[in-house]
Write a protein that binds this ligand. Sequence first.
Ligand SMILES: Cc1cc2nc3c(=O)[nH]c(=O)nc-3n(C[C@H](O)[C@H](O)[C@H](O)COP(=O)(O)OP(=O)(O)OC[C@H]3O[C@@H](n4cnc5c(N)ncnc54)[C@H](O)[C@@H]3O)c2cc1C
Length: 399
Amino acid sequence: MNQMTNNRRAFMLGLTGLGATVASHAFAEDVSQKPIMTDEMPRFVVPPLAPIKLSADRITRITVCMRPFRAAGPRLEVETVGHKRVVHNYGHGGSGWSLSWGSSTIAARYALEGGKRDIAVIGCGALGLTSALLLRRAGAKVTIYAKERPPQTRSFRATGTWSPDSRIADADKVAPTFPALWEDMARTSYATYQTLLGLPGEPVAWTDRYALSDDAPKPRAIGAIHFAEYEKKQLADITPPFRLLAPGAHPFPVNYVRHGTSMQFNVTELSRLLLEDFLREGGQIETMTFNTPADLARLKQSVIVNCTGYGARALWKDESIIPVRGQIAWLPAQPEARYGVYYRNVVALPRPDGIVVQQAGENDMWGYGIDNETADRAESEAAIATFAGIFDRKASPRP
Ligand SMILES: Cc1cc2nc3c(=O)[nH]c(=O)nc-3n(C[C@H](O)[C@H](O)[C@H](O)COP(=O)(O)OP(=O)(O)OC[C@H]3O[C@@H](n4cnc5c(N)ncnc54)[C@H](O)[C@@H]3O)c2cc1C
């Protein structure tokens, strides 16, 4: 048995344990700058972990999409366009899946306020699907009109983790009421996603996360944009924190490891479930492209929920939407690995449909202002190379 095999075996076996309690926190899309170290967990020892096979020659595809960031936060308001009442529900940055149910609950309420019961939803991503389902379940007749539907939507290219305040707003530019609105959206979504746990195909699941670092963990640095961070404070009662593991209590060859547990979305299965439920419950969907707001006149419905995501920048000429490019390398799924790792700003998250690896950047500025959706293989190879040796070496003691 060579050295590498020996070390891999050591990783699989983990280290002998003292017993286990688990504490955690969201290992968000742009994962672990957010969780701040809390108490050390001297009694928790990581159980044996299957190594994640992270090497560039295992890349099967690379996907890219843009997060629709607005400094003021998502646009969630009513506008009258000609004879149409338009409810905007777009601009959720890196939090669109996480906040979808909460944001769409508000949008659906606005849509039904005038008493009309025949509603059009534009868009079939995270926000369009949840808006349409909620409206249908409230008894409305609902038609989705969209240029793309899953798997072509940008939502389909998301990492798939609970990340409710990832690039959701600029903390210095939001209205004073926004933190409370955010909390309302986040709590509604968090509760709703928990009704989707334990289903076949695991559209939603809890998974462990390990945030590794060579140096003592420190709060996230603020970059050129002061991205808002609300979760740790405002959801502290329902989202378990990350905790620092004791030296020797984990198999990773780094000085500091924080452990957490967070919600994960299998976006493939989640999208399928939402779309199928919508259609099975009587919803309709039509492929349609709108080039200007005047095109809305083509719709017979007088109430329209606008869930066009990044597409709203062109359609609505909303230049307050800033693209934040994100790229994911996909590796073959490893059902035996049910935990995510974060190291030197790179995330690796095993999902049932593949392992996603993503450069997250130091202060969430990675990809900011870049609207290029062409894959950059070198970026993905560099991201994967960050983990070289992480699954092959024995744990080293903290100095
Ligand atoms: C790399 C990456 C990773 C991410 N990871 C996560 C994560 O882990 N967790 C999380 O919560 N969020 C994550 N996000 C953010 C999340 O993906 C977005 O916030 C979310 O997808 C936005 O959803 P949406 O429905 O508003 O937009 P979209 O998914 O873009 O959907 C827009 C819909 O509108 C339609 N449309 C647009 N323009 C027009 C038009 N002119 N005419 C007709 N139809 C139109 C589109 O065809 C589509 O159907 C990530 C984003 C990126 C880029």
